[in-house]
Design a protein around this ligand. Structure first.
Ligand code: GLC
Ligand code: GLC
Length: 651
């Protein structure tokens, strides 16, 4: 949009750019900057317009973008242009992701690059390499306490190793996802060190207070993320005699985004990694970016404005790069990370679908899909050009953060229901097959989350220990059924390291003093590659899981109806144990896929009549595209065994 005030400012900025920038050929950059400048200016003004140095900061912002553009390689720029043309590329069903810790999957980045065949074998083509930036030993929060945003931690390699990995992946058309830990730094980051040394410029990078007055005001309405291991949201710093805001661990200092310098620095970091070949940035803990006294300091309007600004700036420099919002928040809030009041995504193109994840686990525990169906119905529609990351497990705990209204509507009491879920997954509920652990129980709020690997939560650990073949079969069916849903729901499915091999809980963290107080480490295992060879040995658990998942992935990729264009309809089957939805493609009935899954331990029926009433013409014979067989049908009912799923299509 053309608007005079911002345009004359843009002219002034272009005149003031450093000579080394002005001398470059910046045509593509200028067109994009021109297109986004009104938005960039407006957002930057909303956030920082009251400051006397506003124009100087604005110049700094544009210089950072221009420098980023100058450093972009022709190869990456060609990719930008290709993705601009094919702008819906990431909504395709072709993408299947996996998240992993470098040292949980391989020895280091070089070794990871040597293991890309595993991804191809399985069909995975988007790799989220969990944090690899420099961080202190012992005080790292699994890499989320970064002490240098531009340096790879030497425990996994160096920048050259990453560039090598990026190029290996690109050659195989595998996308690389890296974390940008925007919300905080380690207390050993240079900025924090300078702040500690008394430099006021860097003290202004953080929230630091001489007295408890302001911290106390904040605390009144701020919840705690790690109430057991890191209570409170401020930490006393002896050297500076100040309270520092530390929402996560006491060594993770929250960055102060009311200071534009912080934003510009972090934009520089985003562009730096974009230019090193990262396709997608996972923006960590974005809900927490803006702090405001009197609020819970999550999902603040300004947090969204910061993300929109980040997107607009990144588009001018590296438009092919996408953002993932890691905002594990209520459904009505999470949807806003695609960008509010817009038609197509203008904040993050991709967001973790934590609602779906938590609801799936609810259905596992209750053996019914009531809350799951209800919760999915309340999930607001996405914007165009936005998609979900659908997952079952990740490196973090599981919180049962679904909407209380939905919980009540299906007849549960929120507090006791959540208590039941925690007990169930921690194996404390009669008959539960799960082997999870409670995470950060908060006695005051009654809130608790859980940890545990997918396989252990799904009953495999217990079944294997008891050498119970029936229970092993059940656990395998459960694991596959859950995956069948994240593969077909719409969005990018994200597997987690080791889940395709059925890796169980890893209790070795209990021997490590740096990990023992954080039981999320129980589900951050290392793959034993010799053991993983069992995936090629028919009949092993590894083989049964791996081959089924590989097949599911291949079939997913062949079904256009599984692309994500708001082409999903939830169906009411009248049977509360089933989750059922229809995926369609260009309204062609022959391309429709009916997905149905049974969460119950006994066989269940899907009445054909229900489909007929919905106007679905399933007169032609149906086939389950996963097995290639006709579904089991008795007269007017399609039958599903316990924990069975179908992907049904007309033949
Ligand atoms: C994100 C990460 C989590 C980390 C937190 C703080 O939620 O996923 O592992 O503890 O941010 O950085
Ligand atoms: C982040 C995540 C939340 C998780 C926490 C600790 O806040 O959003 O889900 O519980 O980090 O891992």
């Amino acid at each position: 949009m053309y608007e005079q005030v911002s345009h004359s400012l843009l002219n002034a900025i272009l005149d003031d750019l450093k000579p080394e920038i002005r001398r470059q050929d910046l045509r593509h950059f200028y067109t994009r900057l021109g297109a986004n400048f009104y938005a960039i200016y407006s957002l930057f003004f909303r956030l920082y317009g009251h400051r006397p140095d506003f124009k100087r900061q604005m110049l700094g912002l544009v210089e950072t973008m221009a420098e980023g553009y100058i450093n972009r390689s022709p190869e990456l720029e060609a990719l930008d242009i290709a993705r601009e043309k094919d702008h819906n590329w990431f909504l395709s069903q072709q993408w299947v992701g996996m998240a992993l810790y470098t040292n949980g999957f391989a020895r280091n980045l070089r070794d990871l690059a040597d293991k890309t065949e595993y991804f191809q074998e399985l069909g995975v083509n988007m790799i989220h390499v969990m944090p690899i930036l420099k961080c202190p030993i012992g005080k790292s929060d699994g890499g989320y306490a970064v002490s240098d945003f531009r340096q790879i931690d030497d425990r996994v390699g160096d920048l050259e190793d990453l560039q090598h990995l990026a190029s290996e992946l690109r050659q195989r058309q595998i996308l690389l996802v890296l974390d940008i830990v925007m919300n905080h730094t380690s207390d050993e980051h240079t900025w924090a060190r300078k702040a500690v040394a008394g430099d006021p410029i860097y003290q202004d990078y953080y929230y630091m207070y001489e007295s408890r007055d302001i911290p106390d005001l904040f605390e009144r309405s701020m919840p705690e993320v790690f109430p057991e291991s890191s209570p409170g949201n401020f930490t006393w710093n002896e050297e500076t005699q100040r309270w520092v805001m530390t929402v996560f661990h006491d060594y993770q200092w929250d960055l102060n985004y009311s200071n534009p310098e912080v934003f510009i620095e972090m934009l520089g970091v985003v562009l730096f990694w974009a230019n090193n070949g990262v396709d997608i940035m996972r923006l960590d803990a974005v809900a927490f970016l803006w702090k405001e006294i009197g609020t819970d300091c999550q999902n603040e309007r300004n947090a969204h404005l910061l993300l929109q600004l980040m997107k607009d700036c990144c588009q001018a420099t590296a438009p092919g790069v996408l953002f993932i919002a890691e905002a594990i928040v209520a459904p009505v809030e999470v949807i806003k990370y695609f960008g509010e009041d817009a038609i197509s995504a203008k904040e993050c193109e991709i967001a973790y679908n934590a609602t779906f994840m938590a609801l799936l686990w609810d259905a596992v525990a209750t053996q019914n899909a009531r809350l799951l169906t209800r919760g999915l119905r309340s999930l607001p529609n996405k914007l165009d050009r936005a998609t979900w990351l659908n997952y079952l497990r990740c490196h973090d705990d599981i919180g049962f953060g679904f909407d209380d209204q939905d919980v009540l509507a299906v007849g549960y009491q929120p507090r006791s229901h959540r208590r039941f879920l925690t007990d169930f997954f921690c194996g404390e509920f009669e008959g539960s097959p799960s082997r999870g652990l409670p995470f950060m129980r908060n006695e005051v709020t009654g809130d608790a989350r859980i940890c545990g690997s997918l396989a252990s939560l799904a009953g495999l650990e217990k079944a294997m220990q008891e050498e119970n073949p029936v229970a092993i079969n059940i656990a395998i069916s459960r694991i596959l059924m859950l995956h069948s849903l994240i593969f077909s729901f719409g969005g990018i499915p994200l597997l987690y390291n080791g889940d395709a091999l059925g890796l169980l809980n890893d209790y070795s963290y209990q021997q490590d003093p740096a990990k023992v107080s954080d039981n999320r480490w129980v589900h951050r295992p290392s793959i034993d590659w010799q053991h993983a060879e069992r995936r090629h040995q028919s009949g092993t658990v590894e083989n049964r899981l791996f081959t089924a998942l590989r097949r599911m992935i291949a079939i997913r990729k062949s079904l256009d109806a599984f692309a994500d264009f708001n082409n999903r309809e939830l169906l009411d089957t009248g049977n509360e144990h089933l989750l059922c939805f229809l995926r369609s493609y260009q309204q062609r009935p022959s391309e429709q896929v009916l997905v149905v899954a049974n969460f119950h331990s006994t066989p269940q029926a899907l009445p054909v009549d229900v489909l007929r009433r919905r106007g679905l013409d399933f007169t032609a014979p149906l086939i389950d595209v996963f097995t290639g067989r006709r579904p089991h049908q008795i007269e007017e009912n399609i039958l599903l065994q316990s924990y069975q799923f179908y992907w049904l299509k007309q033949v």
